[in-house]
Design a protein around this ligand. Structure first.
Ligand SMILES: [Zn+2]
Length: 107
């Protein structure tokens, strides 16, 4: 998944996203989440993916979470508001990739 993150970062986000640690875990009620943890002087960003996702859902959830990392990087609220959907539609328009939203209850 780390390699896929680098690939998506390069292809879709212009290599602008910071390094993230991707973990698979047993999440309750959501397929993925993004968490920024301060570990002075560094900041660690974790993307957690549910360990029971199919491969296709993993790709999709990773991209969804990467939109949150992009929001974080740009000092935007990490939510599913206007900036989230703007980015999702932009990715769809430019790359024909549709980011699935279902399966995630909150993050
Ligand atoms: Zn989300």
């Amino acid at each position: 998944m780390q390699k896929l993150y680098q690939l998506f970062n390069r292809q879709i986000f212009d290599d602008k996203l910071p390094a993230c640690k991707i973990r698979t875990r047993n999440l309750k009620g959501m397929s993925g989440r993004t968490e920024a943890v301060s570990d002075r002087p560094k900041l660690l960003i974790y993307i957690d993916l549910h360990k029971r996702l199919t491969i296709a859902d993993r790709y999709d959830t990773l991209l969804h979470e990467m939109v949150h990392v992009w929001q974080y990087e740009n000092d935007l609220d990490m939510d599913h508001g206007r900036t989230f959907w703007k980015k999702v539609y932009q990715i769809k328009r430019l790359y024909g990739i549709e980011i699935y939203y279902g399966g995630e209850i909150s993050d």
